[in-house]
Design a protein around this ligand. Structure first.
Ligand SMILES: [Zn+2]
Length: 464
């Protein structure tokens, strides 16, 4: 009778259940093994890249991704395994780059315009300064001036981001191994920090060829050069953010590790001008630099951390799934350059047909409807009437403000065609996207405050 209970069906069920149980058990064990293996493999981060796209909000990333030539391709920075949204407010809802930089560098909220001081004016240490004390090499890199708000938050302590001369004196004081950027901003009648830098043993370079030739052991370097976001002004003599980053990893690599902060600073400038073409180009150039950081990560995957974030969003850019930002890719120049061209036409009192030709070529607008041509003609009339005294109708002034009316009219036509909108020429309170890969990257998953970023980097490095 007993054996009858073991009917083939029953037996099969039992076997299946046992196999299933064994599978669950084994896969559980494998999971534990995998987790423990990754714990053993993952060492504290020793090589850290903090990549900050100034003004690079969620939609700036989305728009740039949609402009990649390969359909459905992702920005490299959006392929990282961990991501979250980051709050950007300063002591007020909408931050500026000084307060946001201070949050990302020093982990404290402060007032807009303030660098490296808390809201009560007390000096706070940046993560770069802390890591320098711990014997790591430090690189601060940007494509804006070196003493502009975002990079300055990592080495300066000043109540006013516009005190450029004072802020530049913090560069030699910081003693970091590498500074790269578009020169120094200096207040009227003041001197550049060159002598102070030389006194502190810095090598000053302003030539891409010399920078390219530098080798490991070169000592402390300040490299000032106009860094290009490739296609805007393609020039082989110029140097890209990606090339600068690759060289920095070569120069700073050492047994104690390094911390590199690179800012893609021109996304913000493009978005203040509501210039989608330039925002996309700048974001793509910054993405290339992130690829260069990833090349280094591949050589040291268990000890490298790459964090990509932004200080705030600029422009209130609206993009949705039906938007076609790629239509802007037939634009030939940055909006600021097109404004220069149209202003030159105005100086020469060029005819409407001549101006129309210039803007159609510059914006890559092949065909225009009658209504679009009329809108540009109205803007042309407004442009030609603006000097010497502004006699334009109030409505026209309100519509075009102090911007170039012809360029704004063309820009508006392109935005409508592409289905994108701008809500402001200023910063917004939107959250930004943070993505990360490497040692401790899981700490950057989910929502966080901008002040939490340096704290998470320290945790990933096992530094309290
Ligand atoms: Zn800005």
């Amino acid at each position: 009778m007993f054996t009858r209970l073991h009917s083939p069906v029953r037996k099969n069920n039992l076997t299946l259940a046992a196999a299933l149980a064994l599978f669950v058990c084994l896969s559980g064990m494998f999971n534990v093994c995998a987790q423990e293996k990754s714990k053993v493999d993952a060492k504290p981060a020793k090589y850290v890249f903090l990549m900050i796209g100034d003004g690079m909000g969620v939609n700036q990333r989305l728009a740039a991704g949609k402009c990649l030539p390969e359909k459905g391709a992702k920005l490299f920075m959006d392929s990282f395994p961990y991501s979250g949204l980051t709050k950007t407010n300063s002591t007020v809802d909408v931050t500026d780059s000084a307060a946001a930089g201070t949050a990302l560098a020093c982990g404290v909220k402060t007032r807009n315009g303030v660098l490296g001081l808390d809201k009560d004016g007390k000096r706070v240490e940046s993560i770069a300064e802390l890591l320098k004390k711990k014997g790591m090499k430090i690189g601060i890199m940007t494509n804006t001036p070196i003493n502009h708000a975002t990079p300055a938050a990592f080495f300066a302590h000043s109540a006013g981001r516009g005190s450029y001369s004072e802020i530049s004196t913090f560069v030699p004081e910081a003693g970091f191994e590498l500074f790269v950027g578009d020169g120094f901003l200096i207040n009227k009648d003041d001197k550049k920090p060159d002598d102070m830098l030389k006194d502190k043993g810095y090598m000053l370079l302003n030539n891409a060829g010399e920078f390219r030739k530098l080798q490991k052991g070169a000592g402390k370097v300040v490299f000032t050069y106009r860094i290009t976001s490739a296609p805007i002004s393609a020039d082989p003599k110029k140097i890209t953010l990606a090339e600068c980053l690759a060289k920095a990893t070569e120069l700073l690599d050492n047994d104690n590790g390094f911390f590199i902060m690179m800012e893609g600073g021109m996304v913000d400038w493009a978005c203040h001008a509501n210039d989608l073409y330039s925002s996309v180009q700048e974001t793509l150039a910054f993405d290339d630099a992130i690829k260069a950081a990833h090349d280094f990560y591949l050589k040291h995957p268990s000890e490298t951390l790459i964090v990509v974030t932004a200080d705030h969003e600029t422009g209130g850019l609206g993009v949705d799934s039906s938007s076609r930002p790629e239509l802007f890719m037939s634009q030939k120049f940055a909006k600021s350059e097109i404004i220069n061209r149209v202003n030159a036409c105005k100086k020469e009192k060029a005819s409407f047909e001549e101006v129309l030709k210039v803007v159609q070529e510059s914006f890559g607008m092949k065909e225009l409807s009658d209504a679009e041509t009329k809108a540009i003609k109205d803007a042309y009339d407004a442009l030609m009437e603006t000097s010497p005294s502004d006699t334009r109708a109030e409505e026209i002034k309100k519509m075009y403000g102090t911007k170039n009316p012809v360029v704004e009219a063309c820009s508006k036509i392109l935005c409508t065609k592409a289905g994108i909108t701008w809500s402001t020429g200023e910063h917004t309170s939107s959250k930004v996207k943070t993505t990360a890969i490497g040692s401790g990257a899981e700490l950057f998953n989910g929502e966080m405050d901008n002040t939490g970023i340096p704290a998470r980097i320290k945790k990933a490095m096992s530094i309290e």
